[in-house]
Design a protein around this ligand. Sequence first.
Ligand code: NAP
Length: 284
Amino acid sequence: MSIPVFKLLDGTTIPQLAFGTGTALYQKNVVEPVLAAIKANYTHIDAAQVYGNEDSVGDAIAQAGLPRDQLYVTTKVVKLDPGETVTQSIKGSLAKLKLDYVDLFLIHSPTGFEAPGRLEEVWQGLEEVKDKGLAKSIGVSNFRIKDFHRVLKIAKYKPVVNQIEFHPYVYKQLLPLLKFQEEHGILTESFGGLTPVTKKPDGPLSPVLKELAKKIGGTEVQVLLKWQEQKGIVDVTTTTKVERLNEYLGAYSLPNLSDADIKAIDDAGAKLHSRHFARHMDEL
Ligand SMILES: NC(=O)c1ccc[n+]([C@@H]2O[C@H](COP(=O)([O-])OP(=O)(O)OC[C@H]3O[C@@H](n4cnc5c(N)ncnc54)[C@H](OP(=O)(O)O)[C@@H]3O)[C@@H](O)[C@H]2O)c1
């Protein structure tokens, strides 16, 4: 089963499902898991400088031996050393990844760059990186509406994505941000998408997920993956277990959720607000 792609506002395309190298794989050597993901047909690898394992992501990509244009690689800048430019920062990542360019380069969080004028300056650094061909696309992560206002005021290129914690237990609170992003053509990428199963298994969504899993002949995790896919979200997930790679991909073969099913998930999710990352996002 091949993974569908979405179009970004700069004209490039992005695979809807990504294999992440943070959270469960944070600071770990990821050669084996990334190779397993690529072997299972994942083409989109989500990395970050702060995960401390870009080197082994690069080793896995080299060992996989695929033509470069068959892989979509993201990485993120979380901080800059005094005097360091964004170009110097991405060159450090590219050396570890053993690549000439990444497909997508993100500001990991605005919180590292809050001084007046700093976020704007860093965004202009990302624009330079794009102009130099070191990243095909540039975007952001953990951005609130107020962060977008700062960057959009000076931007030559709009961020193409915002990678945020996204699942039914934050969906209602995110609605104003999602509306803002839609108006600007900025795609949402999710992380923490499986939270209702992994971190809040006894939450108000639990009976709904069980019932829908039975209805579509899948698992609760697959119901959550379908919910995200049908909301038009790029899903960044991960696993340390090879068998889960196929479970995630198997969601594409299942019947779609109906509008009423999606509303049932939205409504049950709205009964609990539960955020596990980037708490600054509670104030949009
Ligand atoms: N931009 C940011 O600030 C940011 C923040 C966080 C994450 N991320 C990115 O997003 C990626 C994914 O984040 P995430 O881990 O929060 O995503 P997630 O999709 O919510 O969770 C993935 C985890 O779910 C577990 N899982 C799957 N099915 C399960 C089941 N039936 N029962 C119990 N556990 C189950 C897996 O555990 P096993 O390992 O046991 O399979 C896996 O580690 C990260 O690796 C990173 O690339 C970005």
